[in-house]
Design a protein around this ligand. Structure first.
Ligand code: SF4
Length: 98
């Protein structure tokens, strides 16, 4: 783990609660809501989200998202990136053709 990772993690609001709070059972909706509430005011949520997406976290609540939600967010981001790249390729091709 890099120094940068340690730095943002040390500033996470979840450091003030038991790890059990942030790793609720997947079907325990009240516990998931409790974990989301911890994330809601966290100052390092964006860094946490990036870390969770790139490391494909399979357990716990990260940046207010469950692993299923993280997977859906990653898939949506991939689709948006593909559309953006396709649009750029098409724009470049139309400029070459003109
Ligand atoms: S966003 Fe949530 S899981 Fe991430 S560091 Fe903050 S409190 Fe912890």
């Amino acid at each position: 783990m890099s120094a940068e990772d340690r730095d943002w993690r040390a500033r996470g609001t979840c450091n003030s609660v038991s790890p059990d709070v942030m790793f609720p059972e997947p079907q325990d909706k009240p516990a998931i809501i409790q974990a989301r509430a911890v994330c809601a005011g966290c100052p390092v949520g964006l860094m946490c989200l990036g870390y969770a997406l790139t490391t494909k976290q399979e357990h716990g609540v990260w940046a207010g998202l469950t692993p299923d939600e993280l997977r859906r967010a990653a898939a949506a981001a991939r689709r948006r990136l593909q559309r953006h790249r396709k649009a750029r390729r098409e724009a470049a091709a139309s400029q070459v053709a003109a």
